[in-house]
Write a protein that binds this ligand. Structure first.
Ligand SMILES: NC(=O)c1ccc[n+]([C@@H]2O[C@H](COP(=O)([O-])OP(=O)(O)OC[C@H]3O[C@@H](n4cnc5c(N)ncnc54)[C@H](O)[C@@H]3O)[C@@H](O)[C@H]2O)c1
Length: 220
């Protein structure tokens, strides 16, 4: 049994992660940390093998440092924080960090196909759509997609009620466009990816690892 604690347990994603961990036979939920529940990460980190962090951009790095210093692996879904600073925190630590800007398998495929398509089309733009409570813009997924694609890729951010997390990558060429579209209808879309990372984070041979693609296609 892998013991899992969730940071941000009262949030939209944290609640979904708690339910997914409770529904998995090989995992046990040992802690729910969230200021909204009156429980600090420090109260639960000692009882966990892995902490899953879905908090906010200004909290994720301190939480990750606290986990790594305690020798506890950390899986981070929070977006909009400084991943470069995480690299220094992870150096020499006995535990591993895994980060994914998007845990939905379809989104990872979208990024892969968009990367390939950008090599063959003349230009591209990204439109990302999220719920209005999202704190960062552009989204971590859009920023990562643009980074992987060839050329300058402008990003447009839409924030509206009724949306979970969608993205269109539109590529243009001679008399043609290609749109690659990923749509989520609910937060369970992220859970298979989160559980995969929880199960694999202890075996990583380098840390931090960034992107679910490294777990899905370890050979590239
Ligand atoms: N990687 C992905 O696939 C993915 C998918 C969806 C959302 N996200 C990201 O996940 C993060 C959370 O999104 P959300 O919609 O659940 O937000 P949310 O606001 O619903 O939840 C965040 C929770 O974190 C809690 N929190 C704040 N500081 C904390 C701390 N120091 N320790 C523990 N808990 C703390 C808050 O009280 C809140 O309950 C955002 O950064 C979002 O962009 C990532």
């Amino acid at each position: 049994m892998t013991r899992v604690a969730v940071a941000g347990a009262a949030g939209r994603m944290g609640q979904a992660v708690c339910a997914a961990v409770e529904g998995a036979d090989d995992l046990s939920l040992t802690g729910r940390a969230d200021p909204a529940l009156g429980v600090a990460l420090a109260d639960v980190v000692g009882d966990a093998d892995v902490v899953v962090d879905f908090t906010q951009p200004d909290q994720a790095l301190d939480n990750a440092r606290a986990c790594l210093e305690a020798g506890v692996h950390v899986v981070i879904g929070t977006t909009g924080f400084d991943v470069g600073a995480l690299r220094s925190a992870a150096e020499g630590a006995s535990a591993n960090a895994f980060v994914a800007p998007n845990f939905a398998i379809g989104a990872v495929l979208m990024m892969r196909f968009a990367t390939e398509a950008s090599r063959h089309m003349d230009g591209a733009e990204i439109i990302e759509y999220h719920h209005p409570a999202k704190l960062d813009a552009p989204s971590g997924t859009a920023a990562r997609t643009a980074e992987l694609m060839e050329g300058e890729v402008p990003i447009h951010s839409v924030r509206l009620p009724g949306i979970v997390a969608d993205q269109d990558v539109i590529l243009g060429g001679a008399a043609q466009t290609l749109t690659i579209r990923h749509v989520t209808t609910d937060r369970t879309s992220f859970m298979p990816g989160v559980l995969l990372a929880v199960r694999r984070v202890a075996e990583l041979t380098e840390s931090p690892v960034i992107g679910l693609e490294h777990l899905l296609w370890p050979d590239g």
